[in-house]
Design a protein around this ligand. Structure first.
Ligand SMILES: [Zn+2]
Ligand SMILES: [Zn+2]
Length: 503
């Protein structure tokens, strides 16, 4: 696939000895397993000291696990770049159709390290979850909830490995095959970027069909008929959400969450986890459902796709400009190209880490607002001081109003999701603000219609901004590729590369 050997990169200090290579690669899973067990032991000690207050243990474990994960990734990168491991599974000479098997074998040690880290972390995670459930439900654990290692691993492998591995295998297969027939495809069609287009089409097809895969990779079944299903269907009707089915997501109580997947309603599913259905009231389930429905109704996924397109235009533009400068200066070596590709990759990483993360956190808050509005009661049932229902004389006019009762129901649902999932309230992530921030934000919106209006204007501005960038970028790209007097740099460079690659 994209290993060192195919890219023609080689390092003078790479280990060539097969036995040393094998030891370096195969010792990693054992090493990370031991490290994870040490971390877990220490975290359990912290946890046992004060079981009611698991934050210290969680905080330590969270950061130690991040370090371990970075370690496994770095270890794998070292295996790929500095040992002869990936070269053993280069099956391209035999058949480009077979290469996907070689690629899967190459990543196997990384998968094993990842699993070893989970095995190490298991006892702590079980203890924390048990305590969290006890605190919320007040009931002793049923035997069903007391996880077994096998079901814990089954869950993690499905949710963290297969979910990436299955679609990626299809895309890598498409990549290997188009790569194998690269020159034929180019000469047949006369388009230098034909192989890239085919890989893009395959990736898009995988993306559209992803919900159908996911439904099977995760353990799911349709939500049975009953009052909850009727209640959720009436929410769908009220907000105009179409989906193919509402599914229960079987996770042995490990997931307390909901999700919507699918861009098109024919392949769109709403997922409610078994843990969510067991631990929360129908009203809270409706709130969580409303959050997911908000993502669909506000077209967040579509905007992310356009964002990805804009990101690729920006990275492509930067690389095209640099390549143009490099070619003009007479640099057309492979190393120049790797340098430019590295800059392109760097630009992409920055766009996603900062740009996507920032936008995603705003979209999450908009979905929270949508969820709160979903569970807002009629005026007669709102008994708290509320900027939407002052007195019980119906709704006050004006935009930006959020019912205080709706906001409180939503905030309590968020709180329970955090506690049941064992997420510290102040923990923030790339895509989500912390639960505490989200709760405070929502409650402040319910008391301040002006702030709500400003927030909604900001989100609208973000969405329009993404669309405007896409249109302007497309027009610029079109003129650059079609009307520019000189051919684009990549077109001038492709023949150089083909020449360099043919012996
Ligand atoms: Zn969300
Ligand atoms: Zn109200």
């Amino acid at each position: 696939m994209l290993w060192r050997a195919d890219q023609g990169v080689s390092f003078g200090f790479a280990v060539q000895d097969p036995i040393i290579s094998a030891v370096i690669v195969l010792a990693q899973p054992a090493l990370f397993g031991v490290l994870a067990a040490v971390v877990s032991r220490r975290a359990r000690m912290l946890f046992r000291r004060d079981p009611q207050n698991p934050q210290a243990a969680q905080f330590f474990h969270h950061w130690a696990t991040i370090v371990l994960r970075v370690g496994t990734a770095a270890g794998f990168a070292a295996s790929v770049f500095f040992t002869s491991w990936p070269d053993w599974f280069d099956f391209r000479k035999t058949s480009c159709f077979l290469q996907v098997v070689g690629d899967l074998i190459t990543v196997l040690p990384f998968v094993a390290s990842t699993i070893a880290v989970w095995i190490g972390a298991f006892p702590l995670e079980r203890d924390i979850r048990r305590e969290g459930l006890l605190a919320v439900t007040g009931v002793e654990e049923t035997s069903r909830k007391d996880w077994k290692l096998s079901s814990y691993l089954d869950f993690h492998i499905r949710h963290h490995i297969l979910i990436v591995a299955v679609p990626m295998t299809v895309i890598v297969f498409a990549f290997n095959v188009t790569d194998g027939y690269e020159e034929k495809l180019r000469s047949l069609t006369g388009w230098p970027w034909m192989p890239d287009i085919l890989v893009g089409v395959a990736a898009l097809a995988v993306f559209v069909a992803a919900p159908l895969m996911l439904k099977r990779i995760w353990r799911t079944h349709p939500l049975g008929t009953g009052p909850l299903r009727d209640q959720l269907h009436s929410v769908c009707d009220r907000i105009g959400l179409k989906c193919r089915d509402i599914l229960v997501w079987n996770s042995d109580g490990m997931v307390i969450n909901a999700a919507v997947m699918g861009i098109f309603h024919r392949v769109r599913y709403v997922l409610l986890s078994d843990g969510l259905l067991e631990a929360m009231s129908p009203r809270e389930i409706e709130a969580v459902f409303g959050h997911e429905a908000g993502h669909v109704s506000e077209h967040h996924m579509q905007h992310f796709l356009v964002f990805a397109y804009v990101g690729s235009l920006i990275a492509g533009g930067v690389m095209e400009g640099l390549l143009r400068i490099a070619l003009a200066a007479g640099h057309d070596s492979e190393m120049t190209l790797y340098g430019i590709q590295a800059v392109g990759a760097g630009v992409t990483v920055i766009l996603w880490l900062w740009g996507f993360g920032w936008i995603s956190r705003r979209f999450e808050r908009q979905a929270d607002l949508f969820g709160a509005r979903c569970v807002s009661p009629p005026a007669a049932a709102c008994h708290v001081p509320c900027s939407m229902h002052l007195g019980s004389s119906g709704e006050l006019p004006g935009t930006g109003r959020v019912c205080a009762t709706g906001a409180a129901v939503f905030a309590s649902a968020l709180d329970r999701v955090a506690v049941l999932n064992g997420i510290p309230h102040e923990e923030r992530s790339w895509r989500h603000s912390s639960i505490a921030t989200r709760m405070r934000f929502l409650v402040s919106l319910s008391g301040d219609p002006g702030r709500t209006r400003r927030f909604e204007r900001l989100v609208l501005f973000i969405k329009r901004g993404i669309l405007v960038c896409a249109v302007v970028g497309s027009v610029l790209a079109f003129f650059y590729y079609v009307y520019w007097p000189e051919p684009p740099a990549v077109v001038r460079w492709v023949p150089v590369r083909i020449q360099a690659l043919t012996p």
